[in-house]
Design a protein around this ligand. Structure first.
Ligand code: BTN
Length: 261
């Protein structure tokens, strides 16, 4: 069982993790965090579970959440517009990539808009949701799922085996979940502060250092569209900029990207 009290004792954060709700099992930490936010849970409150029975991903996809992974959601209440709050998923993606690289020596990659990969396979997914209040947001919930102490070949469903990986698979052994959770919270806390004080530019610059899909031919799916082109950039709105085969340049604000073989 995760020793949350031990983590909180020496957690070096300004805002995140002062209140942490730990559960052995939950449907989805994002769903519970949203309910708590509706009941006025304060900024920085975290819901973490050992496993999820209805873990959710983007576009209504399921997020496989067996024991051994890290599943948590952070409630944030920044005084910013929905358009700015949409960039928080990049802040979270960067936090994960930097921790995996700096603390575990893994060659982490960020993939637009909010995945973290190692060796081309997904190790972490992020689900950002928000409730708006006029021009501003009431709250944002950032859900982070990391495949940690699980063996993907042995324990994951067949359809995920070639696209997913875990820290155990890449690191070559188990890591301490408490330690990883603490490092992620501290990194996310400092990047969140930086984002609020200085804006998106520096966060994006750091995020791009890990974005190995840039400069490569990719396939983008956005809504009903499926297009192929050269990934040129992620702009300061968080949009993916692609040069299509006919030379036209197109921006995507939502969608998914995969490397074209
Ligand atoms: C994706 O890759 O599409 C996003 C996956 C996000 C999964 C995390 S696990 C913790 C939080 N609770 C959820 O139900 N989803 C997010």
């Amino acid at each position: 069982m995760l020793r949350i009290d031990k983590i909180q004792e020496n957690l070096q954060t300004k805002k995140l993790g002062k209140k942490v709700l730990f559960l052995r099992e939950v449907g989805s930490t994002n769903d519970l965090a949203k309910k708590m936010a509706d009941y006025r849970a304060s900024e920085g409150t975290i819901v973490i579970a050992e496993m999820q029975t209805a873990g959710r991903g983007r576009f209504g996809r399921a997020w496989f959440s067996p024991k051994g992974g890290l599943y948590f959601s952070v409630i944030l209440r920044p005084n910013i517009s929905p358009k700015e709050a949409a960039k928080l998923v990049f802040v979270a993606g960067l936090a994960v990539a930097e921790v995996l690289h700096e603390n575990y020596g893994l060659k982490a990659e960020t993939k637009w808009p909010n995945d973290v990969l190692v060796g081309g396979r997904k190790v972490c997914g992020i689900l950002g949701e928000m409730k708006t209040k006029g021009e501003k947001i009431n709250y944002a919930v950032i859900g982070v799922g990391v495949n940690v102490n699980v063996n993907v070949e042995r324990n994951f469903p067949e359809n995920l085996v070639n696209v997913a990986t875990s820290i155990e698979n890449e690191f070559g052994g188990k890591v301490r979940l408490e330690e990883l959770f603490k490092l992620l919270l501290e990194k996310l806390d400092s990047l969140y502060e930086e984002f609020l004080k200085e804006g998106f530019t520096q966060v994006l610059k750091r995020w791009k250092k890990y974005a190995s899909f840039l400069g490569k031919t990719v396939e983008v799916t956005g809504g009903t569209e499926r297009l192929c082109g050269l990934a040129l950039d992620v702009d300061d709105e968080g949009a993916l900029v692609i040069r299509l085969e006919d030379g036209m340049v197109k921006r995507f604000l939502v969608g998914d990207v995969s490397l074209k073989q």
